[in-house]
Design a protein around this ligand. Sequence first.
Ligand code: CAA
Length: 241
Amino acid sequence: MSKVALVTGGTRGIGAAISIALKNAGYKVAANYAGNDEKARAFHESTGIAVFKWDVSDYEACGQGIATVQAELGPVEILVNNAGITRDAMFHKMTPQQWHEVINTNLTGLFNMTHQVWSGMRERSFGRIVNISSINGQKGQMGQVNYSAAKAGDLGFTKALAQEGAIKNITVNAICPGYIGTEMVRAVPEAVLNEKIIPQIPVGRLGEPEEIARCVTFLVSDDAGFITGSTLTANGGQLFV
Ligand code: CAA
């Protein structure tokens, strides 16, 4: 029977590519989204992938959402914590709201989601967790103190939880994408993107969402059973770690 994979932020950007790649690899996929009903409906219509709406920054909503997914599709065996937001601002202009929104979604969201599938994975002695961090969690990024802090936190979360899951055959890994051609990156001012960011990428281009999706497909596969607590870096050579 095919395994059930839940992808947060799974109807747009990198998350949509992950949902589609997992479906094509034979998994039963549930794509979570938080706000954009129109995009989610279009995604469902074009892919046939089931979509579920809740906010990953809300612990209770995650519990209810996961219960619905499990009632419809079966126990979640693969969780891809992909949902993420930016609220970029130089630190001297950053508001507490911009700080908290990013931390609550990009870091606490991992706790809210993973905590609620963890017991089931332990009971079944199988699980795959993949956390989508970022190059900016590895190197820091001006204008992103909030985002860099959250994404660095995702790496600590991954390494600690991997140690707890290992004996129960649950792997926990992170992927650090570089700059990928999604709406999130295209929202960066064009001059900053063209003059500051792209020249720092040795391959000379933005990444494609599918290039990250293929990393996920590998990490959740049986072939990757010995890989846990690792960080897979995919950034076009922008940073070597
Ligand atoms: N790299 C290098 N320099 C940068 C920069 C960057 N990423 N972002 C801003 N700067 C520079 C600007 O060019 C500018 O320099 P000059 O004064 O010499 O022109 C200076 O910093 C101040 O920037 P702004 O004039 O744009 O200041 P602002 O207050 O209007 O806006 C900002 C600041 C909101 C941070 C805006 O510059 C911005 O959005 N920058 C991009 C930040 C970024 O890289 N975000 C990544 C988003 S994609 C993502 O997060 C996905 C992922 O995981 C990789």
